[in-house]
Design a protein around this ligand. Sequence first.
Ligand code: ZN
Length: 336
Amino acid sequence: MLRPGHVRGVECHACAGESDETQEVSTGKEIESVGRLYTIKAIAGKGKGLVAATKILKGTRILSEVPMFRVPRDNSDIEALERIVAKEIECLNKDQQRTFFDLANIYGNAHSRPLGIARTNVLPLGSKASSGGLFPEASRINHSCRHNSQNTWNENIGRLTIHALRDIEEGEEITITYLAITSEYADRQRFLREKFKFDCKCELCSLPRAQQKRSDARLREIQTIDSSIANFFWGGLESERALHLLHKMFGLFEKEDIWDGSIARAYKDAYDIAIESGEKPRARVFAQRTYDTRRLIEGDDSPTTMKMKRVAEGLSAEEPGLSGADFENWLWMLPS
Ligand SMILES: [Zn+2]
């Protein structure tokens, strides 16, 4: 599925002089050869989706896929885009073209069919990347506001990876989020309707009204804390207060059943705060936790994971001889 604003032009690999033998493009076949953990099947009300073929444990790499082609993000000229996508399709072999034209198009007649399909299905090649990629298998993964998997572009291996964020039962649908952050119910619905043309009926969006209101309040509080943390780096917040807020945010994550990149980002914030404050023992623990989380979400071979591993290993600091709740109280500078 498309992430908004990701389609702004295309570079054509085959036409750039690479032969079919050396060019690694996704056909889905390389995934079959290592044994799939999922099947692609029709999901009621959602078109096709991925369903776990076996129990998948948290941290498992469910899918690792090379892009069929890439789509630059900095070209808003629709006519140029249509030409570029058409050229890219010409460069695909017949099997790949069949796979491509089997994908969904949520844009109707607003664009040519190839561009509509590309815009519907492109996934980002990193959060600040200048291009997106067309992944025939990963683009089948549907959205849930309580997603059980995470998509990450791994520059080291040139592949998009999908990792399980928690244990997934056999027969359960594999889902990712199309949202940058999990916002309140009304905001989520508006965004998904506007950008992806569907009404979300996921577990979170189907909560009874009273529970939904409590969930919204927690999500609002998470966003408020997130904004407050930025103040620390502008010099407007004491490190102790910043760590208390982050600790509170972890409590809200737990209540909201959020376990995704937000956890790694919050630990990284805690690490940055500890470093900035010269708190090396705490910084080492937070670096280790950031690394442990990234490893599960992205794998050992992701650049972010590898970087955090080096950071954690590079910090040697004496920690107090505490355990359990006492250790956590020390870590977050809470009263014991
Ligand atoms: Zn939802």
